[in-house]
Design a binder for this molecule. Structure first.
Ligand SMILES: Cc1ncc(C[n+]2csc(CCOP(=O)(O)OP(=O)(O)O)c2C)c(N)n1
Ligand SMILES: [Mg+2]
Length: 318
């Protein structure tokens, strides 16, 4: 059904996100990354499937758990590693760190340390598209915790009355830090909130990259026809605690094991093996190639200098 080259492209993205997060966790444990680092492990299929359905001139708005979004949008690993290490050659010259990577040349408007902060920004970008008469689409990523912030219903309603071309991608990983979604809301099918605003809304298996891709394609078509917005709730689960230093002991073991058995990277690999008909050896060669790219990115990042104090002040005064 899908071309092997497309399945390979999806798998390359899934695997790259997995390797980036895994290697950065090691850098964090070596004390090279300061502040917080929120891994996207276990959620890779959402960014991958969503971004695969976008055009180059579309936009995304990311979150504090945003490395996967950036990679799926074509972000460059060396500049990403340099940024999370706070180095001068990073995407934001080392001023943003893990939670604030933006890559405007690829339509990545940026990550955001303010939970829910990206929702009105993405809605505004969609309004900009409408005013300019374009037919691009904005994908706004956010999670279940952000959905409980007032900006979500406010933005959803505004986008609905103005038919804005925005896809609200609710990554329901079932936790906001240590707060389980069922403790935070009675109705845990969060997509239903969109129905109250007259917005086409549905849920999808967030661990299945092709399911996400197909759902996003429908949403993008709706938006390009001027019938947006759309809300997609992608159900998933973090593979660990909220950030690197959180062991996630509050996460029930059986639930974690259930989701780990449905590993999004493993599912993407199976698609490539079975539908793409790539051999085990061919897939391993792709994996070694990406491992090598990540090693080079780490070299680049660790060799990059720390930003100078003068440069910091220059930016503040600009
Ligand atoms: C406005 C705001 N409130 C609180 C925080 C602290 N905080 C950081 S991450 C987080 C939880 C976010 O949960 P969710 O939106 O589900 O995102 P996830 O971590 O699951 O990706 C909180 C409360 C913040 N950064 N911004
Ligand atoms: Mg969450």
């Amino acid at each position: 059904m899908y071309a092997p080259s497309f399945l390979e492209r999806l798998y390359r993205t899934l695997y790259t996100i997995r390797v980036f997060e895994t290697q950065c966790i090691k850098l964090y444990r070596q004390g090279l990354i300061v502040g917080y680092f929120h891994p996207y492990l276990g959620e890779e299929a959402i960014a991958t499937g969503v971004c695969a359905a976008l055009r180059d001139d579309d936009y995304i708005v990311s979150t504090h758990r945003g490395h996967g979004h950036c990679i799926a949008r074509g972000g460059e690993l060396p500049k990403m590693v340099a940024e999370v290490l706070g180095r001068a050659d990073g995407y934001c010259c080392g001023r943003g760190g893990s939670m604030h990577i933006a890559d405007v040349t690829r339509g990545n408007i940026g990550a955001n340390g303010i939970v829910g902060g990206g929702i009105p920004i993405g809605t505004g970008a969609a309004l900009g598209i409408r005013i300019r008469g374009g037919n691009q689409v904005v994908a706004v990523f956010f999670s279940d915790g952000a959905a409980n912030n007032g900006v979500f219903p406010e933005s959803l309603n505004m986008a609905a009355i103005w038919d804005l071309p925005v896809v609200f991608v609710l990554e329901n990983n079932q936790y906001a830090v240590a707060s389980a979604v069922e403790e935070m809301t009675r109705e845990t099918d969060l997509y239903k909130r969109g129905l109250a605003y007259g917005v086409p809304s549905s849920t999808v298996d967030g661990n299945d990259v092709l399911a996400v891709y197909e759902k996003m394609q429908e949403a993008v078509t709706t938006c390009r026809q001027g019938k947006g917005p759309v809300l997609i709730e992608a159900k998933t689960y973090r593979h660990g605690g909220h950030h690197v230093n959180d062991p996630g002991l509050y996460m029930p073991k059986e639930r974690l094991e259930y989701y780990k058995a449905r590993d999004p990277v493993g599912i993407g690999r199976r698609y490539l093996l079975e539908q793409g008909k790539l051999s085990e050896q061919a897939i391993e060669a792709i994996e070694r190639e990406i491992d090598g790219q990540m090693d080079e990115a780490i070299q680049f990042g660790t060799n990059s200098p720390h930003p100078s104090v003068e440069a910091f002040l220059a930016e503040v005064q600009r």
